[in-house]
Write a protein that binds this ligand. Structure first.
Ligand SMILES: *[C@@H]1O[C@H](CO)[C@@H](O)[C@H](O)[C@H]1NC(C)=O
Ligand SMILES: *[C@@H]1O[C@H](CO)[C@@H](O)[C@H](O)[C@H]1NC(C)=O
Ligand SMILES: *[C@@H]1O[C@H](CO)[C@@H](O)[C@H](O)[C@H]1NC(C)=O
Length: 718
């Protein structure tokens, strides 16, 4: 008998060691157990707090100051309908409450606005369980430029409430790091004005932080760095209060040129010159990076983390992000040099562990797929870090599931992320069923190192339905029956259970939101927002006329019951723009092409008039005004110079996006002010051009339209 016992004991230890070793150990902040109440007070009418009086959240100590292995909450409903909520953390509790509000009380908190009914359905004698994987992640580096660049506390406060209400427990937080880097680099001997040719201006910080851009827009003032830092600190404190773990930056290798140029500083250190990003020149790209083999790497990395810790007031997280090769190949001459890759990963990890022995490095999978790393290179890079110390964001899982191409990241913990949107373009599109299946496949096949799911859109304020769906998916172990879900979505969104709004959403889900796998991204096919050209047309994957007719037939009753509802108006605007673009835009563009071929100047003129009318119409169905974006950029600027620079960069990033149009129209927006003022004006210029030129020379036209319309528009917004 004793022998058997002994055998049992050692087996148990083995099993424990195996699961314990690679597990993701995320430090949980000492949050405020009652912080959920403040969120509800801010966002919801009084009846919501009356419904949810009994909410019991475990303390961080009860959770062992570790992010629980799964997100858990329960709502118990007594036979008299009284509700009690039990949850691991405040954000778990809020997610349960919010889900209840959405499914039982016809209420929704969305990005642009909320919709609340006046109470919940009758409901008694029930227990609702909420369970998810360990991680619910929010963030993409780019969102901090494309959506958050000009945000101040009021916008952030609302957004964090939304984050908490949807149960996210890890949030990317790169904001404010420049103030810390400034001190670190100056401490190493870099002069203040050299930093102006290193940091970019506010609008472009996302790409600065990923090693893609420097100096573009002329750096940041000390005052702006401090504003960003103070804002970040406030955001972080609120996240911590709610039990949400911020992911802070760590050193990826990028440094100002002066470290190499000024020979007195580090005469024996080795540096690499990174490739330039997307055709930006060496003045604004091609950053300098410390060689991972050089001890200076460890020194800078640990100095930064110590200073960050000091400025933020202690050990608030053990999650740190670094992306050394975002859309740039490793610079070494042989491109993928195994020892270089390995050393890079090791140096990032080691410099972090020097300061925080529990450091977990959060890495975006983007480089692997974007630059098509060979499998051996991925393997050699990833194998440099022990399992458990790396958390990979599989950033675009719904389309390019990197986990499938890398044997589940060779055992490293990873998060299945929905990216869905690039640059913040507004086209209605998506595929709810595909999202559902993609995550289900990962749940079934990826193994226990799939530790959660996330949202990683480049910009918010578009296609809300797709993200709300994914959020619900995070809390479900099984596929979600779509029809029921849509019914509930339409009810919560408009706070009413009209059949016609359910029908509206069923049609949208069966058309715009059923984009087939192999269909290209329509942000390119909606040609009206790109540089004009001939023979363009918008194509959809569904029977367009039938769908539009169907939608049209619902309009009278929809308008009757929901005409004044703010979220319905917003959805209707989105649909109307899609209809107008397709119906008028396609026809006018076709007619323009024909007219040019037939040299029919009159028809050219008529087609153009139609196009201009169309842009005017689109303006009236816009959900946002470009002017606000520009005004927001001005209003945060702390110096007179930045009051000039911010609006220009705000405009640049949505239009030409680069001094010579490097990312032209990548972040196009269907906003009032841009529709006629920029896209319309550009088509007018095209029309005038073809009236004056018998032969269309593409090169000539591109040069001229950039010089006469695109660039002047971008720099005129002061
Ligand atoms: C949000 O909704 C309320 C009414 O529900 C409305 O008064 C307000 O104007 C809306 N805000 C926006 C920005 O649409
Ligand atoms: C850079 O510019 C060239 C020529 O204009 C173009 O063919 C290429 O696609 C551009 N590369 C990137 C990454 O934008
Ligand atoms: C188009 O214009 C460019 C620049 O002016 C010129 O170099 C090129 O030869 C022209 N192409 C044709 C087909 O005329």
């Amino acid at each position: 008998m004793p022998r058997t016992n002994c055998f049992y004991v050692s087996l148990l230890i083995l099993v424990w060691a195996k699961t314990g070793e690679g597990a993701l150990r995320v430090q949980l902040p000492d949050y405020d157990k009652n912080s959920w109440r403040n969120v509800l007070k801010r966002v919801a009418p009084d009846w919501v707090l009356e419904e949810f009086q009994d909410v019991r959240v475990s303390s961080a100590a009860e959770n062992g100051f570790q992010l629980p292995k799964s997100g858990n909450a329960r709502i118990e409903i007594s036979k008299h309908g009284k509700k009690s909520v039990m949850a691991n953390t405040p954000t778990d509790a809020l997610n349960a409450i919010n889900t209840y509000l959405r499914t039982q009380c016809l209420s929704q908190v969305s990005w642009s606005n909320s919709s609340f009914s006046s109470g919940c359905r009758k409901h008694s004698n029930d227990i609702l369980n909420f369970e998810s994987k360990q991680i619910r992640y929010f963030g993409n580096m780019c969102t901090f430029s494309y959506s958050f660049a000009w945000w101040e506390w009021p916008q952030w406060e609302k957004f964090i409430d939304w984050i908490a209400l949807n149960g996210f427990n890890t949030v990317l937080m790169p904001l404010g790091q420049e103030a810390i880097w400034r001190d670190v680099f100056m401490g190493l001997g870099v002069e203040r004005d050299e930093l102006d040719s290193y940091f970019t201006s506010q609008a472009y910080l996302a790409w600065h932080r990923m090693g893609n851009l420097k100096a573009y827009g002329g750096g940041l003032s000390d005052a702006q760095m401090l504003n960003d830092f103070n804002l970040a600190k406030r955001i972080i404190n609120r996240l911590l209060e709610l039990g949400i773990v911020p992911i802070l930056p760590t050193f990826a290798g990028f440094v100002p040129d002066q470290l190499e140029k000024d020979f007195r500083l580090f005469p024996t250190s080795k540096f690499n010159r990174l490739p330039c990003w997307n055709n930006f020149t060496s003045e604004t790209s091609c950053l300098l990076s410390v060689s991972p083999f050089d001890p200076l790497f460890q020194k800078i990395g640990s100095t930064f983390l110590r200073h960050q810790k000091k400025m933020l007031g202690g050990d608030i997280t053990n999650l740190y992000s670094a992306d050394p090769f975002n859309e740039i190949l490793p610079s070494d001459s042989s491109k993928f040099d195994a020892s270089f890759m390995k050393q890079t990963a090791q140096s990032i990890m080691n410099s972090c562990r020097k300061v925080d022995k529990n450091c977990i490095w959060v890495l975006q999978s983007w480089s692997f797929t974007y630059d098509q790393w060979p499998n051996w290179a991925i393997k050699s890079f990833l194998s440099a870090v022990p399992i458990g110390n790396l958390l990979i964001l599989d950033l675009y899982s719904e389309v390019v599931p990197a986990w499938q191409m890398t044997s589940s990241f060779h055992g490293h913990n990873f998060v299945w992320c929905l990216l869905h949107n690039f640059g913040g373009s507004r086209e209605l599109r998506g595929n709810l069923q595909k999202v559902d299946k993609g995550y289900q496949l990962a749940l079934m096949k990826a193994g226990s190192n799939l530790v959660g799911a996330g949202l990683s859109m480049e910009a918010i304020d578009q296609n809300y339905v797709v993200y709300q769906f994914m959020i619900d998916r995070m809390w479900s172990q099984e596929p979600i029956p779509l029809n029921n879900w849509l019914k509930s979505y339409s009810e919560s969104r408009y706070s009413a259970d009209f059949k016609v709004s359910h029908k509206f959403w069923t049609i949208l889900a069966g058309s715009f939101y059923s984009q087939p796998e192999k269909w290209g991204n329509p942000r390119f096919s909606v040609f009206l927002y790109h540089r004009p050209a001939f023979a363009k047309k918008i194509e959809y994957w569904f029977p367009v006329e039938e769908t539009f007719n169907h939608l049209q037939s619902l309009m009278p009753s929809l308008m009757h019951v929901l005409g004044d509802h703010p979220l319905f108006k917003e959805d209707l605007n989105d649909v109307m723009r899609a209809v107008i673009q397709f119906e008028i835009g396609n026809e006018a563009a076709l007619s323009l092409t024909e007219a040019f071929l037939m040299e029919d100047k009159q028809q050219i003129g008529a087609s153009c008039e139609n196009l201009m009318d169309m842009f005017q119409k689109l303006e009236s169905y816009s959900n946002r005004d470009f002017k606000e974006w520009i005004e927001d950029s001005k209003s945060i600027a702390p110096t007179s110079e930045e009051r000039q620079v911010f609006p220009v960069t705000a405009s640049d990033i949505l239009t030409v996006w680069g001094p010579t149009g490097q990312n032209l129209d990548y972040a196009h927006r269907e906003w009032a002010g841009l529709l006629s003022g920029y896209y319309g004006r550009r088509w007018q210029y095209f029309c005038d051009w073809i009236l004056e030129h018998d032969v269309f020379n593409h090169t000539d036209f591109s040069i001229s339209v950039f010089r006469d319309v695109e660039r002047p528009f971008a720099i005129s917004n002061i």
